[in-house]
Unconditional design. Structure first.
Length: 356
């Protein structure tokens, strides 16, 4: 029945966030696309995530959501569970020869692959491990990388795949991303594609923070796609590579987008596809050590030195100095002494680590 329908591997990375993950899974299992497979890859969570996700799959855990209504009819979901040592084995198929036939005999909404990593590899490598597994063992045409703190509309995957199939030069597709909760509203746009300015090292999101009144309802080619929901053609990933694990978290999606475009493919925004994102769930504070080190400083510099021209690097450096000073001033006035010290330490270490 699904021979002519492209096969999509949906990858959800979990790290100490099972409550968000099971809500995301519940929305996935209600989509109307017929040919998909779901993989949850866990980055060595310490919050009992593995057991809680399996409880959800068995129907023992009810999902409460402001976006979707929980359905018990598609439970239990059969879980195929593999440790990292098992699933990264080059001879996985030979060692698990009954897996493929058993897995494929189960309807898409009734099966789940659970990959357990030995440690926290971050967003980039955590997703890479699952993508490698899917590409080698699941014969997928597309990979949808989906943040665990998202909820997808039932039409979302179908709309993205249909758009990608229309043009062989489309390398990746993004939906319209709404905030999950924007002061009680669920119709405020977070991301509708982005135009990136290499002279200042910043992107400008289309329609960001705007109530959706149809102003971003036209499909368009964009410069970058936010990694919370990105549909990637497998054949493109085989050419340009996966996320660069050097980033660990933040900027790896922008790096991949630039490599896809450098190889001659376009990135496409599709407004008919919709998801809701709990933006910032992984940020304890905008001025936390982790965010400043990776997002504001180190990873931004790595990206710019890879993709910017000499002139762009010069103008960016001037802008970046003032950008850091503004953040330092804001941090010192807005945050407490402990957070400010951590933030200043993160800036210093980010600059220092970039040099090395």
């Amino acid at each position: 029945m699904n021979i002519m329908v492209p096969k999509v591997s949906i990858i959800v990375l979990n790290w100490n966030g099972w409550k968000d993950t099971v809500e995301c899974l519940e929305s996935i299992y209600q989509i109307n696309y017929p040919n998909y497979q779901v993989l949850v890859v866990d980055n060595a969570s310490q919050d009992d995530s593995i057991n809680q996700i399996k409880n959800y799959a068995q129907g023992f855990l009810t999902v409460e959501s402001r976006m979707i209504e929980y359905r018990s009819l598609n439970k239990p979901v059969e879980v195929f569970e593999f440790s990292q040592g098992e699933y990264v084995n080059p001879e996985f198929k030979e060692s698990n020869h009954e897996f493929e036939s058993t897995f494929n005999s189960i309807p898409a909404p009734k099966r789940l692959i659970l990959l357990k990593n030995d440690k926290n590899y971050g967003y980039a490598q955590g997703n890479n491990l699952a993508m490698n597994f899917a590409m080698k063992n699941l014969d997928c045409d597309y990979i949808l990388v989906l943040n665990n703190d998202t909820v997808v509309h039932k039409d979302s995957l179908r709309e993205m795949v249909n758009a990608a199939e229309k043009d062989e030069k489309t390398g990746a597709v993004t939906p319209k991303v709404y905030y999950y909760d924007y002061n009680g509203q669920k119709d405020v746009i977070s991301h509708a594609g982005e135009k990136f300015n290499l002279y200042i090292g910043r992107g400008k999101r289309f329609c960001k923070d705007q109530v959706d009144k149809g102003q971003c309802d036209e499909s368009r080619a964009v410069d970058t796609i936010e990694g919370c929901s990105i549909l990637l053609k497998t054949e493109v990933l085989e050419k340009v590579g996966l996320f660069d694990p050097l980033y660990f978290a933040y900027w790896e999606d922008t790096d991949l987008c630039f490599r896809i475009r450098q190889d001659g493919y376009q990135l496409l925004y599709i407004p008919q596809a919709r998801i809701w994102h709990k933006a910032g769930v992984s940020w304890d504070s905008y001025f936390s050590y982790f965010v400043i080190y990776h997002y504001l400083v180190r990873n931004r510099l790595i990206f710019m030195w890879r993709f910017a021209s000499l002139l762009q690097k010069i103008t960016f450096t001037i802008f970046f100095i003032f950008y850091l000073l503004a953040n330092i001033i804001l941090m010192l006035f807005k945050e407490d002494l402990k957070t400010s010290k951590e933030g200043l330490k993160a800036i210093y270490n980010g600059l220092n680590d970039f040099k090395h």
